[in-house]
Structure formats: C-alpha cells, structure tokens
Design a protein around this ligand. Structure first.
Ligand code: FAD
Length: 461
C-alpha cells in the first residue's frame, strides 16, 4: 500500500539520485530486497541504491519528508535483518564498494557498502590487512560499527581499535567527519554503538603488515571435546598475541577435502591464524597439536585473504539463521561440561557454536575508551541454529535458547551486539553497561528523533 501511495513521488527521488531507485514494480526489486538471513522476509516500499554520499543524503531526506521508516544496508549480514524494513526506505550502500589503500601511511579508506573481501583483496596487494572478522562476505559497515572480532583481534585489537575516522550523513542531512579530532563524541559512539548515529559513507582504517599467515582448522572427534576445549581455553589465555584461534562445534560437510569417513560427524574444531615469522609457526602451533590426537589438520601457510574466505562456502546466503550470544571472562569446568552436552545435540548440519578469543590487544583499550564495553571479557560465544529451508525453525530456536540459557549463568552478563537477534532494550543496556547513558546523550545530540532506529537501538536520552 505504502509503495502505491508513494509511486508518484518516487520520480522526484530518482531525479535527485545517480543510483537506482527500486520499488515493488521493478524487475530487480525481488532480488534487491533479499538479505543474507532468509528467515527475514521484509518488503520495503523503496530501495535506494546509493552510489555516493549525495545519494545517501537525498534518500535520507526523502524518507523524512514522507515519514517513512529508514533502514541502512551495508553488507546485509545482520541476522535480525537490521538492514531492511517493511513499508519503509532502505538506504542500500551495496554499490558503494571502492577501497583505496595508502601503502606509505598504511591506511585504507573503504566505502560504507564494502564487504571484507573487497578490503582484503585491495590490501593484500600491498602486504597489508585491516583487522576484520572470520569470513570475507560480512559487511565492513555493520561489523565495524558493532566492534569487529576476527583473526587479528589478539594481535591488533578489534576493528574499531583500528578505525581512524568516518564520513557520516547525520539524521538532519548534514555530512560530517568523525575522528579523534573532529566530532570526537560521535567517533567514540561509532566505535561499538552500531548504526545508531548516521550513515557512514566511508571508513578510514589503520592497516598492518600481514601477508602470508600460517593458519587453518584442526579437527578432533567429539569424544576428545572436553579435553580439547579445556586445553584451548587455558592455552589461548596465555598464547603469544601473534597467534589466534577460535573454538567451535561443527558437523563435517559431505564434500572434499573431508575424508568420507568423517562426513556428517559432529567434531570440535579450532581454527588458527599465526601472523608471526613463518619460521616460528610450527613451534607456535606445537602445544595445540598436542591437545589430543587430531582427526584432521589443515593448518599451513596461506595468503591472509585465503584464510579469511575459507569458510565463505560453508555459510552461503539464503539459509535461515537464529543466534544467541554472550561474553565470558572464564569457562570453568561446569561450563565445559554443558558445552559438550549441547554439542552432542547439534540440531542441523549448519548449526554450530563458536567461541572467539577477545583478549590480547583487544584488552589494551579500557571499557569506556570506546562504546564497546566488554574489554575484560576473554571469550565471545555465539550459538547458531541454522535451517536450510525454515521448516525446522522453532526446533532450532528452542535448541539455541536452551543452550544459551544453560551457559548464561557463567557469562559476564552481556553480549556482542553484532551476534544477536532483536532482543530489546534490556539486552542493549546490558551490552553497553556504564557506556549506555553516554551513548544515549550522544544519540540525543545527533539523532534526537531516532531516525536510525532499525538496529540494536539506543534511545535518545
Ligand atoms: C556468516 C556470518 C559471519 C560473521 N562473522 C563475524 C565475525 O567474524 N566477526 C564479527 O565481529 N562479526 C561477524 N558477524 C556478525 C556481523 O558483524 C554482523 O552481522 C554485522 O551486522 C554485519 O554487518 P553488515 O554490514 O553485513 O550488515 P547489515 O545487515 O547491512 O547491517 C547491520 C547493521 O549495521 C548498520 N550498518 C551497516 N552498514 C552501515 C553503514 N555504512 N552506516 C551506518 N550503518 C550501517 C545497519 O543499518 C544495521 O543496523 C558475522 C555474521 C554472519 C552472518
């Protein structure tokens, strides 16, 4: 209905934008409205495919003039679908993906719709990398604004610890720069506060010398799961910062390179990234290889972008996702036992549980130095129920909720905002703790009408 009402006015928006403006009558609308999580099925009235900041400003103004809900789409990966909406306008940045590397100053400027594969591709040619995540298809926008946990976290910090500045379209249509020197309060809020404060049309990052790393997954049978999880926990708390490795429970896919005898079996996995001198890699990994006899060991030297994209095919778009998250300072034996109990009941081939280390360099920032609060946490847990066609959705959600509830009493009391569904205000407050009131004041200063509310929302003070 909204789309029909607006159709006469859409011509005006088209004349103000260089990018495409799609409505439900356009052939490419159906493909354009899809997001990564197929459980999200929303029908925006307008998808404004911006190609530059001027387009983003025009689209934002149009939404406001017509009192439309506004969503901002970066990489489209958020599990709750915070990049789309029903009957509103989507500022779609997915055609803004240019990356410019400055090798002399070791900085990288990435447009707001990039995915990490765009950045990895551009930086690798110069022997550089920006701390990002664990897959290459995730958007730079959402991942950065929520924090950014990945293979380089222990060595170089969260993605936000490497953010030097951002160009932002604010709710009033103005265009500002946020950095340590310009609008420092906005810059503080952008580093963890999500998409609450504006449309970031470009990010400026510090890059680091990372080219060929020694990395990949090592798998163990679930019968060794408790000892592997306990040993990984103890090891990663003290490991050198140039070594990073996350822990998970997974079902072995029925494809090469996995031997047929393991296909379909639930196993535990640790996946490593060693960024030190390659001559020291084998000795850095030696303690890991003695956790227990491994079933499969795929670790070796590889280009950093190859490690970053290694699991892209395991997580294709179009599956139905539900996830729950928490931070942990410690994982006592009682927590390890519970993890193993739920690992034995993984409810589908894609369902999984991951524990990411968030110590090392990420601990060097204080808990109020950026909006991201849980600086003293050592582990970020995410429990994921994934269904191929949505038919088992409730069963998978129930499994994920039950697993999360069992572990929650051991948690630090809050979670990573980027790995949660829409959990409501209490969840958001718990994620930001004492940073919440300052975030709410900054929200009030920059977006008092809560234009940017389709996200892990911070209400204006
Ligand atoms: C398969 C998979 C793997 C993941 N792996 C990791 C990981 O390794 N590490 C990690 O930290 N997280 C990871 N995540 C979580 C990820 O950080 C979030 O899903 C994040 O929201 C994705 O960002 P996006 O830009 O792709 O999403 P979108 O859905 O496009 O956006 C998410 C939110 O950010 C806002 N936003 C996006 N871009 C902009 C922008 N330019 N300006 C203003 N607001 C913007 C949106 O409005 C929305 O509120 C993963 C997610 C998936 C599905």
């Amino acid at each position: 209905m909204t789309a029909i009402r607006l159709e006469p006015r859409v011509a005006g928006l088209r004349s103000r934008m260089r990018g495409e403006v799609l409505t439900p009558v356009d052939d490419s609308y159906e493909a354009a409205r899809k997001v990564y999580n197929a459980a999200i099925d929303r029908r925006p009235a307008i998808i404004a495919r911006c190609v530059d900041a001027a387009d983003a400003i025009a689209a934002l103004r149009f939404a406001q003039e017509n009192h439309l809900p506004l969503a901002v789409r970066g990489g489209g990966h958020s599990a709750p679908g915070s990049c789309t909406c029903d009957d509103g306008l989507v500022v779609d940045l997915s055609h803004m993906r240019s990356v410019r590397v400055d090798p002399q100053n070791q900085t990288v400027r990435a447009e707001g719709g990039c995915v990490w594969g765009d950045v990895d591709h551009a930086t690798h040619a110069f022997g550089l990398a920006v701390p990002c995540g664990f897959v290459s298809t995730t958007g730079v926008g959402g991942l950065t604004l929520g924090g950014g946990i990945g293979y380089l976290t222990r060595r170089y910090g969260l993605t936000i610890d490497n953010l030097l500045g951002a160009d932002v379209v604010l709710a009033d249509g103005s265009y500002v720069r946020a950095s340590a020197d310009e609008n420092p309060d906005l810059f503080w809020a952008l580093r963890g506060g999500g998409g609450n404060f504006g449309i970031v049309t470009s990010f400026l990052f510090r890059a680091h010398p990372v080219h060929t790393v020694y990395g990949g997954p090592i798998f163990w049978p679930l019968s060794n799961g408790a000892e592997v999880l306990s040993q990984w926990r103890d090891f990663i708390l003290k490991a050198p910062e140039d070594l990073n490795g996350w822990f998970g429970f997974v079902t072995i896919p029925a494809t090469p390179p996995f031997p047929e005898r393991y296909r379909g079996e639930t196993m535990c996995v640790t996946t490593w990234c060693y960024t030190g001198d390659l001559s020291g890699a084998e000795s850095a990994l030696r303690p890991v290889r003695s956790f227990a006899p491994a079933a499969m060991d795929f670790c070796g030297p590889m280009a950093f972008p190859a490690l970053q994209s290694m699991f892209d095919a395991v997580h294709p778009p179009g599956l139905h996702w539900y996830w729950k998250a928490d931070f942990f300072r410690d994982l006592p034996e009682g927590a390890v036992d519970l993890h193993l109990r739920y690992a034995r009941t993984l409810p589908s081939a894609h369902s999984t549980m991951h524990l990411y280390p968030v110590n090392g360099a990420a601990h060097r920032a204080g808990r109020s130095e950026t909006a991201f609060s849980f600086r003293e946490a050592n582990f970020a847990e995410v429990i994921v129920g994934v269904d191929s066609d949505g038919s088992s959705g409730e069963r998978l959600r129930e499994w994920a909720r039950s697993y999360w509830s069992a572990l929650h009493p051991f948690s630090a009391g809050g979670a990573y905002v980027n790995m949660a569904m829409d959990e409501g205000e209490e969840f958001v407050r718990a994620a930001y703790r004492e940073n919440y009131p300052r975030l709410a004041r900054i929200k009030d200063a920059y977006d008092s009408g809560n234009t940017f509310r389709i996200n892990q929302n911070i209400e204006p003070a």
